[in-house]
Write a protein that binds this ligand. Structure first.
Ligand code: PLP
Ligand code: TYF
Length: 394
């Protein structure tokens, strides 16, 4: 029956992770997978999350099915976190299984109602964008995004490409902390892009998986709020995996901005229909925890403080690695580490050097040259700089 089935090549990031775990060298350092680690090299349990879990454990609660759209309190808090307080009646929001689930339900919704659209993703992007939109039946194409020469956004080339697209095509945009490059648009560029999207009647689908990891909770939502203020219809896939360090509980949300309350009700209904056909209803536990944190003033303040500390740690590691590299190789250009935002930077190291880092120094980066700074400890900075300079100069 199953003889014709082909082997799954595996996900390159997860495969590399398995290779890292099996590596017997004690000084190995894993900067491959996009997970935030604290300075002790562990996924943190945030104090606000632990406190909410404790409260929940002390009260009796059964485990009913959630509605298809998820927990009402969680949905409301999720909408406010992304959009601020505005336009509640014009935003259809559902709870989803992480950011991935939001992208998938959003993709199914779009395929049902915009079957002719093509989906445009940045070059490069998070690989699973292609997987999820392709899997929903879309033709997925790329727009220029990264300029290796400037280590920044190739903004003119990006705009040129988007200006040529037909109305109704979907453009996937990383709202902040671009994965894999760490290169983000600045507010002025977002404003210019909004004009092009509006002129061409394109449909933006924002992916915000790192809110709070770039400039701050509000700053990182700038692009989405600006587009929404211009009354541009848009979708947002948001994820709590990183900013609540709640990866395995699969917490996220999907938002669609609509013209009025009537349209919102219809869109919400169709999102529920897409959920029903995928997994019927979302899981309860993580939503309870996040809802409890966001609704309670004290827990929320604690969470914001802890999130700020994570952001500050990543920026500190960026500066520290920059300083170590510059000291060891004064002619090198490592400024990109300080300019780029979030968990990742694109080192620009060629794949032979990435392999040497791994094979000869036990420093694991993915082949694209993306480095997860969020997984680097203070103690790891000097050895990583040493290894990088060695592979760059031999
Ligand atoms: N979008 C981007 C850009 C990501 O980097 C990730 C996770 O790494 C996701 C979406 C998926 O998030 P989640 O783990 O919540 O499904
Ligand atoms: O490192 C990244 O870019 C992410 C990490 O189920 C990841 O892809 C890995 C597995 C997974 C979700 C996210």
């Amino acid at each position: 029956m199953f003889r014709h089935i082909e082997a799954f090549a595996g996900d390159p990031i997860l495969t590399l992770n398995e290779q890292f775990v099996a590596d017997p060298r004690p000084a190995k350092i894993n900067l491959s997978i996009g997970v935030y680690l604290n300075d002790e090299q562990r996924i943190p349990l945030m104090g606000a999350v632990a406190a909410a879990e404790k409260q929940l454990a002390q009260s009796f609660h059964p485990h009913p099915y959630l509605p298809m759209a998820g927990s009402p309190a969680y949905r409301e808090q999720s909408r406010k976190l992304v959009f601020g307080g505005a336009n509640a009646e014009r935003i259809a929001t559902i709870q989803t299984l992480g950011g991935s689930g939001a992208l998938k339900v959003g993709a199914d919704f779009l395929k049902a109602w915009f079957p002719q659209a093509r989906v445009w993703v940045s070059d490069p992007t998070w690989d699973n964008h292609k997987g999820i939109f392709g899997g929903a039946g879309f033709e997925v194409k790329t727009y220029p995004y990264y300029s290796p020469a400037t280590h920044g956004v190739a903004f003119d080339a990006m705009l040129d490409q988007l200006r040529g697209l037909p109305a109704g095509d979907v453009v996937v945009l990383h709202a902040c902390c671009h994965n894999p490059t760490g290169a983000d648009l600045n507010p002025q560029q977002w404003r210019e892009l909004a004009l092009v999207v509006q002129e061409r009647s394109l449909l933006p689908f924002f992916d915000i998986a790192y809110q709070g990891f770039g400039g701050g909770i509000e700053e990182d939502a700038f692009a989405i709020r600006h587009f929404a203020e211009q009354n541009i219809p848009l979708l947002v896939a948001s994820s709590y995996s990183k900013n609540f360090a709640i990866y395995g509980e699969r917490c996220g949300a999907l938002h669609v901005t609509c013209k009025d309350a009537g349209e919102t009700a219809k869109v919400l209904g169709q999102l529920q229909s897409a959920v029903r056909k995928n997994y019927s209803s979302p899981p309860g536990y993580g939503a309870r925890v996040i809802g409890a944190v966001l609704q309670d003033a004290q827990l929320r303040a604690q969470w914001e403080q802890e999130l700020t500390a994570m952001r500050v740690r990543m920026k500190h590691i960026r500066s520290a690695l920059h300083a170590e590299l510059q000291a060891r190789l004064p002619g090198g250009d490592f400024e990109y580490l300080r300019i780029q935002q979030g968990m990742f930077s694109f080192t620009g190291l060629p794949v032979e050097q990435i392999r040497k880092l791994r094979d000869e120094h036990g420093v694991y980066l993915i082949d694209s040259g993306r480095m997860c700074l969020a997984a680097l400890s203070n103690a790891g900075v000097a050895p990583v700089a040493q290894a990088m300079v060695q592979v760059m100069t031999e």
